[in-house]
Design a binder for this molecule. Structure first.
Ligand code: GDP
Length: 365
């Protein structure tokens, strides 16, 4: 399963956030595809549409979909040279598919900052530099292997060599490989290197309780936003401390607490949705009287593969999918009405599933 790693310097609030994630987290028993590991937190994907569908269909059971966050501890300056938990840290990042980078935007005299002052951009660059240096080593090694073959005019090696040179150049300028505008083909060529700075990233600005309602008043957050904008990365503002308190509450209690502090939804929900999107994940629904359920698929998947997520038999025996877009279904008011209006389509094996599709698969057993 795809996972996003939580990364950040010491004392920025990672553990506090990760605790909130596991507290709020889903029962792993309901999600057998998820990893059971103390460093992995399984979260349900908050999705209004699932509850609207439940109201519409009135099923016996409603099941949200879930995915994973991985807590990656131990980055310090010098990690790429093996400082701290250096190499271990880097190998853990290599295994995740996207990065949620937590930065400290709160002041608190009682909590030491590793570099002596709160400076989120310097923090981001400290970590990015370690990742850049690690990638540079990877790329240099690869260049040594490919260069000889490239000189002998081996076509594949030549193509790879060209991409590697481009990547090396940005890394030497201390920039991330993702900042290069590589074509899909070029990306494929270097995919096997699992470069750390190729992974998509979002920034989590951890602010104080007081700044949560007015993050625009927090200058640190503004700086993170500007930095992120240059990379086309998203910024999620949270207060980790409050999130860990929210995560302990349920139902009405939770609602009351959110109202009291004046926010509509937990910051964690925003983070979950942003991380899900960053991983290239999307949701389709099945809506029967027994069960209304959300399913996670990778964007770009075709109908048979998406059916295979429910059961391998669905993929093997796939015939057709009966599909109505969520919006169309809600507008029509019922499945029957949607059919009458011609909004329910029959799609074949080449159909690319869309986020929000409500699907009934037809298959042979
Ligand atoms: P980590 O080293 O990045 O995992 O950081 P921790 O989660 O252990 O947090 C370090 C310290 O900062 C702890 O004492 C937390 O209670 C405190 N902390 C974390 N988030 C916040 C926050 O949003 N506001 C304030 N004031 N303190 C926080």
């Amino acid at each position: 399963a795809l996972t996003t790693g939580i990364v950040g310097l010491p004392n920025v609030g990672k553990s506090t956030l990760f605790n909130a994630i596991t507290q709020a987290g889903a029962e792993s028993a309901n999600y057998p595809f998820c990893t059971i590991d103390p460093n992995v937190g399984i979260v349900e994907v908050p999705d209004e549409r699932l509850y609207k569908l439940t109201e519409l269909v009135n099923p016996k059971k409603t099941v949200p979909t879930a995915f994973e966050f991985t807590d990656i501890a131990g980055i310090v300056k010098g990690a790429s040279k093996g400082e701290g938990l250096g190499n271990k840290f880097l190998s853990h990042i290599r295994q995740v598919d996207a990065i949620s980078h937590v930065v400290r935007c709160f002041e608190d005299e009682n909590i030491t900052h590793v570099s002596g002052k709160v400076d989120p951009i310097e923090d981001i660059e400290t970590i990015n530099l370690e990742l850049v240096l690690a990638d540079l080593e990877t790329v240099d090694k690869r260049i040594q292997r490919v260069e000889k073959m490239a000189k002998q005019k081996d076509k594949a090696s030549l193509a790879e060599f060209e991409v590697l040179k481009k990547v090396k150049e940005v890394l030497e300028a201390e920039k991330s490989a993702r900042s290069l505008d590589l074509t899909e083909d070029e990306k494929k060529i270097i995919h096997g290197l699992h470069l750390l700075t190729m992974k998509p990233v979002l920034y989590v600005a951890n602010v104080s309780e007081d700044d949560l309602l007015d993050p625009a008043g927090n200058e640190y957050v503004q700086r993170v936003r500007e930095y992120a904008a240059e990379e086309n990365a998203e910024v999620i503002v949270i207060c980790a401390k409050i999130e860990s308190e929210i995560a302990e509450l349920d139902g009405e209690e939770k609602k009351a607490f959110l109202e009291e502090i004046g926010i509509e939804e937990p910051g964690l929900d925003k983070l979950i949705r942003a991380a899900y999107k960053l991983l290239g994940l999307a949701t389709y629904f099945t809506a029967g009287v027994q069960e209304v359920r959300a399913w996670t698929f990778r964007q770009g998947m075709k109908a048979p593969q998406a059916a295979g997520i429910i059961h391998t038999d669905f993929e093997r025996g796939f015939i057709r999918a009966e599909i109505v877009a969520y919006e169309d279904l809600m507008e029509a008011g019922s499945m029957a009405a949607a059919k009458e209006k011609g909004k329910v389509r029959l799609e074949g094996k080449d159909y690319v599933v869309q986020d929000g599709d409500v699907i009934h698969f037809r298959f042979n057993v």
